[in-house]
Design a binder for this molecule. Structure first.
Ligand code: ZN
Length: 261
């Protein structure tokens, strides 16, 4: 049985895999980017040595940005579990900042679904409960496509909600077999922007200046210092300003503020 995971260990385990996907160089079908999880010791320990992540873009008939599928094949008596991420070609018509933000958002969203599937598969395999549960997984993936459609409708009704930022609740990602007590919604948000990514731009120097300004009670100055980090962050990491504001409000500002007091 692999060790029980929390959010930090899930991020640590799967971020290296996510980072292999270059949002600007996703191959077009019939080409695929294939990542064999057996190449990483950590995934073997987690029971994922028979899993493959595949990523490609294709022309969709629908307006969806992306979806994922799960399939299971036997190759010379050896089972292989495929998690396939498909991204709509419409997100690649140019390299505009808006499209790059959509690409990254879509890939991280579908990747979070894959994490839920990986955590389920890892657990199923170690518990040796394969066939029926694999079938159940496939049907859950199909149900999920419906959920995406529903949420698309909601987005047009309530553009200001978190759904407009493509932040889905835990139950949207959860398959039900994971041994994971935390929220996949949090996993998604951390993969998109956590302190590690933020501090590539909010550097030691800026952090020291920020803390200093807070100590002097000069919040206007502190906020200006914080903003210096943002434009480069938005451009380089392809994260929307709205999403960054959300993460600043819910976690990051509080964290740096506490450092000053
Ligand atoms: Zn989804």
């Amino acid at each position: 049985m692999p060790p029980k995971l929390d959010v930090i260990s899930v991020i640590k385990l799967f971020r290296p895999l996510l980072e292999k996907i270059d949002i600007d160089n996703v191959p077009e079908e019939p080409s695929h980017q294939m990542e064999l999880l057996s190449e990483n010791r950590q995934y073997i320990i987690s029971g994922l040595e028979d899993c493959v992540l595949s990523v490609c873009r294709r022309n969709f008939k629908s307006k969806a940005n992306g979806f994922y599928t799960f399939s299971y094949k036997e190759y010379e008596g050896q089972p292989i579990y495929f998690l396939n991420i498909y991204v709509n070609n419409s997100l690649f018509v140019s390299n505009s900042p808006g499209l790059r933000i959509e690409r990254r958002r879509t890939i991280i969203h579908e990747f979070t679904h894959c994490i839920a599937a990986f955590l389920s598969i890892g657990r199923l395999l170690t518990d040796k409960l394969i066939d029926d549960l694999v079938k159940a997984l496939i049907s859950r993936v199909k149900i999920n496509a419906e959920v995406h459609y529903q949420s698309l409708l909601i987005q047009f009704e309530n553009a200001a909600s978190t759904i407009a930022l493509d932040i889905f609740p835990d139950e949207h990602f959860r398959l039900g077999y994971e041994d994971f007590d935390y929220s996949f919604s949090v996993v998604y948000k951390q993969l998109t922007l956590d302190r590690l990514i933020f501090e590539k731009y909010f550097t030691d120097d800026l952090r020291a200046k920020f803390i200093n300004a807070i100590k002097k009670g000069n919040t206007a100055n502190a906020s200006a210092i914080l903003r210096q980090a943002l434009s480069e962050l938005i451009a380089n990491e392809a994260i929307s300003a709205d999403f960054i504001n959300l993460r600043l409000r819910e976690e990051l500002i509080a964290y740096y503020y506490r450092k000053a007091s």
